[in-house]
Each structure stands twice: as C-alpha cells, then as structure tokens.
Ligand binder design. Sequence first.
Ligand code: IMO
Ligand code: MG
Length: 426
Amino acid sequence: MAATAVIGLQWGDEAKGKIVDLLTEQHDVVVRYQGGNNAGHTVVFGGQTYKLSLLPVGVLRPEITSVIATGVVINPAALLKEIDQLRARSVPLGQNLLISDRAHVIFPWHMAEEAAFEAARKQDAIGTTMRGIGTCYRDKAGRTHAIRMGDLLYPDLLRKRVAEIAAQKAPVLRALDPQSAPLDAAQITRDYLEYAERLRPHIVDTTAWLHRSLAKGQRLLFEGAQGSLLDVDHGSYPFVTSSSSSGCGLHSGSGVPERNISRMIGVVKAYTTRVGGGPFPTELLDATGQHIRDVGREYGTVTGRPRRCGWFDAVAAGYGARVSGVDCLSVMLLDVLSQLDELKICTAYEIDGEQTTDFPSHIEQLARAKPVYRTLPGWKQDISHLRKLADLPKATRAYIDTVGELLQLPVWLVSIGPDREQTILA
Ligand code: IMO
Ligand code: MG
C-alpha cells in the first residue's frame, strides 16, 4: 500500500502544488478528487513556472497518469484552454490524462447564477472565485438540473437536457438580473458537443480504473484542492467552498477508500492567508500584514485578488489537521517570515471572556474570537539558501518545533522557497 494524500489544513493556498510535485516521482498516478478551476496550483518545474487550475500537477510528467476523478466539477472550456496552453509549452497530453464520466459539468448558467447570488448578498458576499463551482455542486446535489461528463457523449440526451434546463433557468436568471445575457440552448449544446469531441478520448470510469490501478500495485498520490477550513461540512460555513476540501472528500471524491492511504500529509503555511469573505481571527490589517503579502507574493493565482494575511493560527490549523486525519506536516513559505523582529502564533481563542482551543462551529463565535498569542523571536536573516535543519537559526527551529508541538504532529518537511531545492526534510 503506497498511496499518499496531500491536504491543505488552512483556508487554501498552502503551496500544496510544490509538495505534490516533489512527491510525483515516487508515484504512478496523481488524482484530483474535488473542487474545480477555483484551485490554483503553482509549480516550478524544469526552471519554468506553471500555473495549474483544473489539471492535476502530475500532467507535467508524461510517465505519470493524471486523473480528474468523480468529485471534481469540470468547466470543459477552461479545461481545454489549460490543456492547449500546456501543449503550446510542449507538455504532451494524451492518454496520461483521465477524466471521470461521473464528474459534473459546469455550464454558463452556473456562472450567471453565482454572479447574481453573490451580488444579492452585498457586503455579506462569500467572495467566491465566480467559476460556477458552488452552483454546479448545488445542481449535483439537487439532481434535476445536473449534467455529468458522461452525458456529453450522448448528443441527443445532451440536447434534450440543455434545452430543458435552460428553459427552467432562464426566467429565474432574468428575475435575478434583468441585464443578464439570455441563455441560448442551441449554442450551448453546439459548444459542449464540440468540447465533448475533444475530451472524449480522456473520459472513462475513473473509479474502476483506480481500483484496477491499486490492484496492480501502482502508487497513487491524491492532490487536495482548497483547504480543510474551506470544507463545506467542517469549514467556516458559509464562507467555504462547496466541496469536501478536508481529508473527508478523498473517499467520496475518488471512490478509493481511505484505508488504502498509508500517508496523509497536512500542508500549512508558516502564517495564515484567506481570500474572500469570512472571519479571520489572526488577520493583520497593519504594516506587518502588508509586509507578509509583499514578501510572500500573496495575490490569488486564479483571481489575482490580494490575499488577507495574518499570524499562524494553531487553533484553526490544528482543527483542520484533526478533521483531515493527517499524520505529518509540511510547513511552507517559512522564508517569508525572515525579516520580522518577532513572530506570533495563536494558541487559543478568547470568546466572550472564555478561552478555548476548539474551532467554533458558528461563524458568529469565530467572528468574536480574539487570538491568544505566544510570541517568538524572529531570526532576521536569509534562510532560503540553507539545506539542513541543523543549519537553520535557533529561532527558526524553535518556530518549527512550536508549530509541530501545538498541532501535535511531526514536521516532515520545511519549505524555504519556491524551488524544489529549497526544501528541507526534517
Ligand atoms: P487552492 O487549491 C484559496 C475560496 C474563495 C472563496 C471560497 C468560495 O488554490 O488552495 P468558490 O469559488 O470555491 O465557491 O469560493 O473559497 N477558495 C480558495 N481560497 N485557495 C483555493 O484553492 C480556493 N478555492 C476557493 O476565495 O472565499
Ligand atoms: Mg489558490
């Protein structure tokens, strides 16, 4: 049994892509199992930077099979654009890419509905990526307005379904936003049949394929998107994404039971970031927050939005680790903290005068949470060229130890820069 999972423990953007890329050469298959093109994974490979959204990080290596499994929601136009961009950079993509016939399809009405719903929430907007992710998952759960990748391969069925769904959605969309573009069912059908023709060679029953792959003894690597605190069931609801983005989604999203996984790696940033709305107890709205944003280049890969930055929150990340069931940690972007005099880590929340280390289940409680900090000395020197744990400054090691101790997990890896070489195995 040699399956590995890489799971974000915060609000996404933990640099999971780098860890997946580092591990791909020890695996035969890389699997994306939830989310969609709301994810943005940056990988530096062969001296070049690649920004992947829907495609698993494995696609950069033709000898690896990359699987977009059942739990992912797919915008076919966005997927084809990504494939074409990679081909233009000489990354070959053929039968090494498999797409689940059970995965649900994002249609133009999903983006239109999301834009209208988000606008209606005004200052309470979730701050989504506007990719139609939540509205597609809503239709998946609702069943009556859903279309799966496998349906795209039956033209008559697709034509009928698109016509029915567009007829029901159009008046609702017009009522929500009279300015919204009308839904042209015939054009949408033509577009999606074209996408289907191009994607047809990749569309298979990935669940059966993964089971055969396991039986053959192939090594699987599961690439989580988003992070545990954005999980629709366990995250900071409603300021979450619409999939099971903690470790919980692995089984349902791939059809591979979790008992096949021998190693679950939890990925955390050495600080905390968030994109979009929702309470963020350790957020820094001062010069230190701006410093972290500048040094860490904390701007969204997908939407370009500046990310909200704050101190490491051990209450939130610890909760993410417990929900996901990870057995070790990768601490990322440690080099970003190098120039600060002192560093803070949140060890508990104070809510209405009471201290707790539980992550609140209600957003009103999370909004009232005041962080209780432990202050640690900074190291004030460049660490990005160091390659051994023993060579790191004492204060850096103390910081890493504190993160591991508070999360009660061994630190397996520390990252001190975007390159593969800027990695220290602990
Ligand atoms: P990666 O894989 C960070 C956030 C959005 C928004 C909320 C809901 O790069 O870590 P959605 O469009 O999913 O309905 O938006 O979730 N979000 C992410 N934040 N990293 C991501 O992915 C994210 N994917 C979605 O900003 O707050
Ligand atoms: Mg991202």
